[in-house]
Write a protein that binds this ligand. Structure first.
Ligand code: SAH
Ligand code: SF4
Ligand code: F3S
Length: 435
């Protein structure tokens, strides 16, 4: 028997890249590859990259630099770059790092086996097209191996929104939805293999139109699958939150009470310059409607500080919006200039001001996150257990609201969903006992 070849994949960026990496590993399984945790014994190294901020993109080149030694020791080692940097920079990557053998954009992953064969034959292989076909349909069907209790499932890709700061519409292309029947088939298959919780993914997941009643229609179909206990989705745009999706938060038991709904800023002047197509007031009204449907909904968001021309007053509007919402968790970033995007051409805010604003914003968000987490103490909440904790006899899982919860109890297995009484709130997680 021939030895299997080894594939090392390193994933950066968003959850869609995590899902894509899984699918690429499975496709390469068909080419005789097994995955390895270390680049040192790999026959192929694949970086699945992110282009969202300058730092993320530059990481790719420093990581590639690290493999120079390996490649000179073992010239047979193939090095590939996938993901959003591959799409944005294409051949430029091979010019900057001639040891790269293969560059593949996010819409061409089904062509990876051919590209690998080409690279094996000693040629440079590049594919950054936006083909019409559904790449996931063309990727090898998923193996039947047992899975952990949670999984991602990409249902929509791409973005037509063109926020003035963002590269995603260029790296992932136009919005495309996978047909509902294919999503349902994949979901049933994942559930048969042990999955209890699905997170539906899309750059604009609530713009999903693969079902005639949109994302809410898809969620209601998924909720009928026996054995599937929980459904989540991310990332949503405020303007695509339709009535049925709001209602689903109130009437679909399997849809978890946690919603990531980025707003980016709280100043209308900045929202307009960002091309977000909504005001701060419209966002707040939407939150009110969501909370009317599901009063205990935990909200999460993304924020950018120091967007071009943001004044101290604009920034205070963002702080006021955060005070009004009370977030359960959030991600915040300093604005990063991205080549080719309209905001990069505007007058920039100084690095010192960005640092100062980010610090103040994060302090407020951390306080809110902690307050909501502390308020869980004494409450009963569902916990889906995922893995053993650090202490003997302990298991870790996620609450309905996505908090990490530690419980010490005999006989708990990954995949068990149990009511838990929260007894303690720590810096990053909760402690509970079975009820
Ligand atoms: N589709 C999602 C977000 C995708 S990018 C949405 O519309 O919400 C994830 C986050 O990265 C964004 O929400 C934004 O907060 C941040 N981001 C995107 N471009 C950025 C840039 N140029 N500088 C800093 N942060 C950025
Ligand atoms: Fe980027 Fe805006 Fe599209 Fe989100 S909605 S991916 S921030 S362009
Ligand atoms: Fe990054 Fe591409 Fe995701 S730029 S955030 S990996 S869509």
């Amino acid at each position: 028997m021939t030895q299997p070849k080894k594939l090392f994949i390193k994933t950066y960026g968003c959850q869609m890249n995590v899902y894509d990496s899984e699918r690429m590993a499975e496709a390469m399984g068909g080419q005789g590859y097994v995955q390895t945790d270390s680049p040192d014994d790999a026959d192929m190294i694949l970086l699945n990259t992110c282009h969202i901020r300058e730092k993320a993109a530059e990481k790719v080149y420093s990581e590639l630099g690290r493999y120079k030694g390996l490649k000179s020791e073992r010239p047979d080692l193939k090095i590939g770059v996938a993901g959003c940097v591959a799409q944005a920079e294409g051949e430029e990557i091979m010019r900057r790092q001639p040891m790269v053998d293969l560059v593949v954009g996010p819409q061409s992953y089904h062509r990876l086996p051919e590209l690998e064969a080409k690279a094996r034959g000693g040629e440079k292989a590049l594919d950054t097209d936006f083909p019409e076909e559904d790449k996931f349909e063309r990727l090898k069907s998923r193996p039947k191996a047992k899975r952990g209790p949670t999984a991602f499932l990409t249902v929509q890709e791409g973005c037509d929104k063109f926020c003035a700061f963002c590269v995603v519409p260029y790296t992932r292309g136009a919005e495309v939805s996978r047909p509902a029947d294919r999503v349902l088939t994949e979901a049933r298959d994942l559930v048969e293999r042990g999955v209890r919780e699905l997170t539906l993914l899309g750059q604009n997941v609530n713009a999903y139109h693969g079902h005639d009643r949109g994302l809410a229609g898809l969620i209601r179909e998924l909720a009928k699958i026996d054995g599937l206990e929980r459904i989540r989705f991310t990332t949503s745009h405020p303007n695509d939150m339709d009535d049925d999706l709001i209602a689903a938060h109130g009437d679909c038991d399997k849809l978890m009470p946690y919603l990531h709904l980025p707003v980016q800023a709280g100043s209308d002047r900045i929202l307009k310059r960002m091309n977000r197509q909504h005001t701060a007031e419209q966002y707040l009204r939407l939150i009110e409607r969501l909370r009317a449907a599901r009063p205990d909904l935990h909200l999460s968001g993304d924020f950018i500080v120091g967007f071009p021309e943001e004044t101290e007053e604009d920034f205070r509007d963002t702080m006021a919006l955060i005070e009004a919402v009370q977030y359960g968790s959030a991600f915040s970033f300093k604005y990063s200039e991205r080549p080719g995007t309209p905001a990069a051409e505007r007058p920039q805010v100084s690095e010192a001001e960005k640092d100062d604003r980010l610090q103040r914003l994060q302090a407020l968000l951390t306080r809110q996150q902690r307050a909501l987490q502390d308020a869980m103490v004494g409450r009963d909440v569902g916990v889906l257990f995922e893995k053993a904790g650090r202490l003997p006899g302990q298991m870790v899982g996620k609450s309905d609201y996505l908090h990490a919860v530690h419980v010490a109890a005999e006989g708990l297995q990954p995949g068990d969903l149990r009511p838990v009484r929260i007894v303690e709130s720590g810096p990053n997680s909760l402690k509970g006992v079975l009820v």
